[in-house]
Design a binder for this molecule. Structure first.
Ligand code: FAD
Length: 413
């Protein structure tokens, strides 16, 4: 849609291997965040010299999403409710208090809530304190958003071909030729947004690994169950360990509860057989009832998983292939619902060879550190996961994590 809005004379095709919202876009937690950098803290550590501008651009981007939802009457259940980030361990409290200050410094409305004050918002015996970020985060129904955007793009003349996997791309004359089962598609330029799926240009494979993230959804809460957790302001919520849960109310008052167990499968493993993982669902359910013991007996009606395009700096990365004829934007890690709109706009400018404020950003020009090849990739990620869990228990980062921090390498969902 952005491509057609920018230039209505463009001819735009979308080739989707499955159907719209088949990938992460139809399976995520529905947190739509203004951050373009997988959170302010990550942005501050990686792009200190431009974080102020990135935060502004992110706010404009989120406002743009709200505008499009409104303009096209997309039934995306968009709720600008903010985020309650909670501390459940003593050592998380000071970091979160600092986070509240940082948010305020960069233009957000954010309030630190101690003990009873945080439990007055959402009632869990595990909460010690929390930051209520009142601006910059909305919750929504992501699949409905994707379907609405697809309809909007078609109304501008865009052509969408589902069930059309692209099998390969190559340069042809001054353009590109894309191979599909039904024949070849020729284009002047191509933007690749293949996320965690097997890439069509080789360099993506070095920068992105598919990491599985899992979600449970409860049955709708009764009036009494809702009263038992409070949650009158319907904020999105997350706890703040390295391994964290994210959770929220849906429009029909279910609780969506996901995260915590980020699973990498050897050799960039990916496929429908990984969408269900009983041991992760069990762990998520146990943690749910530790957080909300007053909801004991509530049933989970839906459970699923999906692949996240994790990169070592946790936020979008751009690149070119086929001598600039193909541009890619991947690596949103766990926070791409909002950021992918910005990524798409920048990728279009890159495809057109535009020199602009956006294409000159360090976020756009620089690359994350690549992941090593197998078997070092699997071994490194597995060790990192173990060390992150240990750091959550101990409250300090061990030697391995400190070494990765120094290298600017990370692993997250
Ligand atoms: C369980 C889970 C929870 C998440 N929670 C959140 C959240 O709460 N908030 C947030 O901001 N982000 C979240 N994310 C991440 C977020 O969903 C994505 O970053 C965002 O939707 C952007 O996705 P995308 O368009 O880059 O990739 P996708 O939605 O995965 O789209 C890629 C598409 O490319 C298609 N494709 C791949 N290869 C080919 C090919 N060769 N030919 C044709 N088509 C191809 C795929 O079929 C797929 O539909 C979550 C992700 C998961 C999996």
């Amino acid at each position: 849609m952005e491509a057609l809005r920018a230039d209505s004379k463009r001819s735009v095709f979308l080739l989707e291997g499955e159907r719209i919202a088949f990938g992460a876009s139809g399976r995520n937690g529905g947190f739509c965040d203004s951050s373009l950098t997988h959170g302010l803290a990550n942005g501050l550590s990686r792009f200190p010299e431009e974080i102020e501008r990135l935060e502004e651009l992110g706010r404009e981007n989120l406002a743009g999403i709200a505008r499009v939802v409104d303009e096209f009457g997309i039934d995306a259940r968009y709720e600008p409710v903010g985020l309650l980030d909670v501390a459940t361990r003593e050592h998380e409290v000071a970091d979160l208090e600092e986070h509240a200050e940082e948010l305020r410094h960069y233009g957000h409305e954010a309030e630190w809530l101690e003990g009873d004050a945080v439990r007055a918002e959402i009632d869990s015996p595990t909460y010690l304190g929390g930051v209520w970020q009142k601006t910059g985060v909305a919750t929504l129904d992501p699949a409905r958003l994707a379907w609405g955007l697809a309809a909007g793009a078609e109304s501008f003349g865009g052509r969408i071909h589902e069930a059309t996997p692209v099998l390969g791309i190559e340069a042809e004359g001054s353009g590109v030729s894309l191979e599909t089962l039904g024949g070849r598609v020729r284009a002047r330029r191509v933007v690749l947004a293949t996320s965690a799926f097997p890439p069509l240009v080789r360099s993506i494979r070095r920068y992105v690994v598919p990491v599985y993230d899992y979600v449970l959804v409860t049955e709708p809460l009764s009036h009494e169950q809702l009263a038992a957790v409070g949650w009158r302001n319907r904020q999105g919520a997350a706890d703040s360990g390295n391994q964290f849960h994210y959770y929220r109310l849906t429009s029909d008052d279910r609780i969506l509860w996901g995260g915590y167990d980020a699973v990498y499968n050897f050799g960039n493993g990916l496929g429908p057989h990984l969408d269900q993982r009983p041991e992760t669902f069990e762990m998520l359910a146990t943690n749910f009832f530790t957080t909300f013991p007053q909801l004991e007996g509530l049933r989970f009606t839906h459970r699923w998983g999906g692949a996240i395009d994790t990169c070592s700096r946790f936020c979008m990365t751009f690149g070119k292939g086929l001598g600039g004829r193909a541009v890619y934007v991947v690596g949103f890690t766990g926070l791409g619902v909002g950021a992918s709109r910005f990524g798409a706009r920048v990728a279009l400018e890159l495809a057109d060879g535009v020199d602009s404020e956006l294409t000159r950003l360090r976020l756009v020009r620089t690359k994350p550190l690549p992941f090593p090849p197998e078997p070092f990739r699997w071994a490194g990620i597995t060790l990192t996961r173990k060390e992150l869990a240990r750091a959550d228990r101990a409250g300090t980062r061990g030697l391995w994590l400190r070494a990765l921090d120094r290298l600017g390498l990370g692993f997250d969902s």
